[in-house]
Design a binder for this molecule. Structure first.
Ligand code: HEC
Ligand code: HEC
Ligand code: HEC
Length: 447
């Protein structure tokens, strides 16, 4: 699963263009038509860094030494997935993030003096994770999820620092970014418009478990990077947090890169309404539960990060996610008439595993009724699994289910859209109609 990118940094290009046209001064950020309230964490949620309240949510990390605790926190932040290129030494970077404007490469975060962060002080890592800035003031692109990491307590960043310092320094310089992505000045304005650095603020009216879950999901877990929609400038829209994300570039098969969508994680009908805390805990911890199994970009999140976290932390994350207020989609749903043409395809190809009731079976496959993937507003992930089938990591066992194969050579664009619409319009599911051209788009290589 290489080449992932959230496209977030494409904002830079837009902003740089907009800034040139508008001659807007950085820091004023009043571009017409750009919502001003989308920064993650608004003023007023700023916790005094180091305050007892803010530190408490970060206090239950296993491990007695800073290095042990840091190792666990680095796992919770899934630093390794993004900072390791295929076949490369862990944490030495060079993983390509392919985008329509070119490629950006992650950096070497081992303590090598020449090519890594060997010269960095603890305060430099805090500035990078909390403010998105390098020691020399350069602004990072939000492909590095500092808009989430800004929530992490000073104490936890310092433990992460201790762990990264304990790694063997490895000399490696990632390739240069493509031309457009060597420009960073647009990020100053992007930050002024969309980013308010702010540590996590516990909610005293909620349980310690809920606060711990919120701290992990909103902070190190950076779940919003893929599960929150972004605005035209690719900033996460906090007023629609966790209602579903788009434009996640990842593989559908070896070396085949396509966009994916992250499901609605709120308790909307189109989201996780049907999931219990126990379902969600099991899915996050193992990649499989009675409601669904992992098959796309979640593979790395589960294998490299969530699977290695404590059961208590995973449960806390599930408790927090299940408390998110339902965010329903407002688009028109597939009608019975629009669902009908896909029925015979479903009966021929899918029913033997997902059953005529859409409820799936213990020895066949997951339910498609009430499925968040099926009902997702952006159908990219739904189309991907139908065309390419699931990719299941060797570390994950999908109970006793059979193996689903892809239908890319069997179903054409019309048929694929028809069966997708059958799923979206049956068994109480709702989702806007999928068009054959949306299916065609998922067949086109992005590179
Ligand atoms: C989603 C992918 C992703 C994740 C997860 C991620 N990073 Fe990064 N990180 C990047 C990218 C891409 C860059 C380069 C950003 C740029 O050049 O603007 C980067 C840059 C950095 C830098 C700047 C280094 C330098 O030399 O300038 C540091 C430090 C860093 N990351 C630390 C971390 C830590 C610690 C974690 C885990 C807590 C982490 N990253 C998780 C993608 C990621
Ligand atoms: C041989 C059994 C089998 C057949 C036939 C089959 N599937 Fe699946 N399907 C599965 C299994 C098993 C999974 C779980 C894969 C995973 O999570 O990694 C799955 C997952 C899915 C999902 C994701 C559900 C979710 O909520 O995560 C969708 C959507 C889906 N299948 C649609 C279809 C469609 C449409 C067809 C027919 C064109 C079909 N399947 C045929 C076994 C099957
Ligand atoms: C790199 C992007 C990415 C990140 C980061 C991410 N997700 Fe996902 N998530 C996805 C995509 C895409 C899917 C669709 C299915 C898949 O990949 O298996 C998904 C599916 C899910 C599902 C539903 C599974 C189903 O089949 O219905 C849950 C629950 C979930 N993610 C929770 C989380 C949580 C919690 C986090 C943070 C710890 C997180 N995700 C981080 C991209 C991401």
């Amino acid at each position: 699963m290489r080449h992932r990118s959230f496209l977030a940094w494409t904002a830079v290009i837009l902003i740089q263009t907009a800034a040139l046209q508008a001659h807007a001064a950085p820091g004023q950020g009043q571009t017409p038509g750009v919502p001003q309230s989308t920064a993650p964490g608004s003023a007023g949620t700023l916790a005094a860094p180091g305050s007892a309240a803010a530190e408490s949510a970060g206090s239950s990390v296993p491990g007695s030494s800073p290095i042990d605790r840091g190792k666990y926190l680095v796992t919770a932040g899934n630093c390794i997935s993004c900072h390791t290129r295929p076949g490369g030494t862990p944490f030495t970077g060079g993983r390509p993030f392919v985008t329509p404007f070119g490629t950006i490469f992650s950096t070497n975060i081992t303590p090598d003096n020449a090519t890594g962060i060997g010269q960095w002080k603890a305060a430099d890592l805090r500035r990078a994770m909390h403010e998105g800035q390098a020691p020399d003031g350069r602004r990072f692109f939000p492909a590095f999820p500092y808009t989430s990491f800004t929530k992490v307590t000073d104490a936890d960043v310092d433990d992460i620092y201790a762990y990264l310092r304990s790694l063997k320094p490895a000399r490696y310089t990632p390739p240069q970014n493509s031309l457009l992505l060597r420009q960073r000045w647009g990020m100053t304005m992007w930050n002024a418009m969309f980013f308010v650095p702010a540590r996590f603020t516990p909610d005293a009216s909620k349980s310690a478990e809920w606060n711990r879950g919120a701290y992990l999901v909103d902070g190190l877990g950076h779940c919003g990077a893929c599960h929150t929609p972004r605005n035209a400038f690719m900033a996460e829209v906090s007023s629609r947090a966790y209602s579903g994300g788009s434009g996640i570039m990842d593989e559908v098969a070896k070396d085949e890169l396509r966009p994916w969508s992250g499901v609605n994680l709120t308790s909307a009908k189109e989201g996780l309404a049907a999931w219990s805390v126990a379902d969600l805990t099991k899915y996050l911890k193992t990649g499989f539960c009675a409601r669904a199994g992992t098959f796309g970009p979640m593979n790395e999140v589960i294998v490299n990060s969530l699977k290695q976290m404590t059961p208590e932390d995973i449960k806390a994350m599930a408790v927090y996610i299940k408390s998110l207020p339902a965010f329903d989609s407002d688009t028109a749903a597939v009608s019975a008439e629009q669902a009908k043409p896909g029925e015979s395809i479903y009966k021929d190809r899918c029913e033997k595993c997902h059953l005529s009731s859409g409820r799936g079976g213990m020895f066949t496959g997951p339910p498609l009724s009430a499925s968040a993937v099926v009902q997702s507003d952006d159908p990219a992930s739904l189309i991907n699994i139908i065309l390419y089938g699931p990719s299941v990591p060797k570390e994950v066992t999908l109970g006793a289910w059979e193996t689903m194969k892809g239908y890319r050579d069997i179903l054409n664009d019309e048929d694929t859209a028809a069966v997708a619409n059958y799923l979206r319009g049956s068994w109480g599911n709702r989702g806007r109609p999928v068009s054959p051209s949306e299916v065609a788009r998922q067949r086109v290589p992005s590179k």
